[in-house]
Design a protein around this ligand. Sequence first.
Ligand code: C2E
Ligand code: MG
Ligand code: MG
Ligand code: MG
Length: 291
Amino acid sequence: TAMHEAKQERGNHVVVFDRDIHERALRQFRLEAWLPNAVANSEIQVYFQPIVDANSGGIAGFEALARWQHPELGWVPPPEFIRAAIESGCIRDLTLGMLRSASKAFKPYLEKPSRPYLGVNVSVSDINAEEFPVRVAAILAEEGIPAERLVLEVTEDMLLGDVGNVTQVLGRLRELGLRVAIDDFGTGYSSMSYLSSFMVNIIKIDQSFVRNLTTSSSDQKIVRAIASMAADLELSVVTEGVETAEQLELLQQMGCRLLQGYFYGRPQPADSWLGDKGLEFAAYSTPCDAR
Ligand code: C2E
Ligand code: MG
Ligand code: MG
Ligand code: MG
């Protein structure tokens, strides 16, 4: 079969499409076979991407993003190996490993004047795992990260299944003092009943609404509506996928102040933001600081 490859993210990983089903199944099978070992051997690397306060230009936080280089397949796209981690049953180890490595790497940023937060992605199987909040708290304590500096990013779909349990776990996490963000907001399937400040603190507007923002008036209306709803609910908003100055300007006009995207910087090895990258850690006060 014809195989087309497209480079993405400066060669960090390669996205392969138009492959036949057999090849894809074989690849998935190999990933699932490899991944538990990779997780156990700490082969998963932590990259940080900044979330920037557009008003001050200061770094408001970092999102920790997992990176994995397979010895034969090269860089594997995160959604692909995250799926393999879930299927092969090592997602919990992967998540707690990410939380630990990200916490270690975050330490030098703790004292920066903008008081950046650390965002870590979690999956539905993490949330439903026994003792998840206790383990999170233990890692934060061991690594010396105050709970209020951690934001756990969950997707909407997570709130589809055993809502009772998820509500309880989110409640326990909130009691620990950390914050919860709804990731990829607007792309999932669920009710909006979780959009109370008891459940979540931050809405992350999905990058699909930003991609054509400058030309699509419906995307503009959606983003404006989400921003105004979030303001009413006293939730913070982070907008993902900001790639151009035009998008940045529009988003600022719409009141979207916390922005994440290639315009400010791509995910990089966690320590790369310590040096001078043109981004500042200027003091700022984000609304989410207060909650
Ligand atoms: P996400 O949590 O929504 O992370 C944001 C994704 O958007 C990242 O892709 C990031 O590299 C990409 N991105 C950031 N700015 C831009 C931009 O301006 N343009 C474009 N086109 N993309 C941008 P990445 O690192 O490939 O991760 C994809 C997804 O994989 C994540 O989406 C998240 O759902 C999952 N993921 C990554 N790391 C982890 C992890 O440690 N644990 C879990 N459970 N999931 C993870
Ligand atoms: Mg995320
Ligand atoms: Mg997202
Ligand atoms: Mg995403």
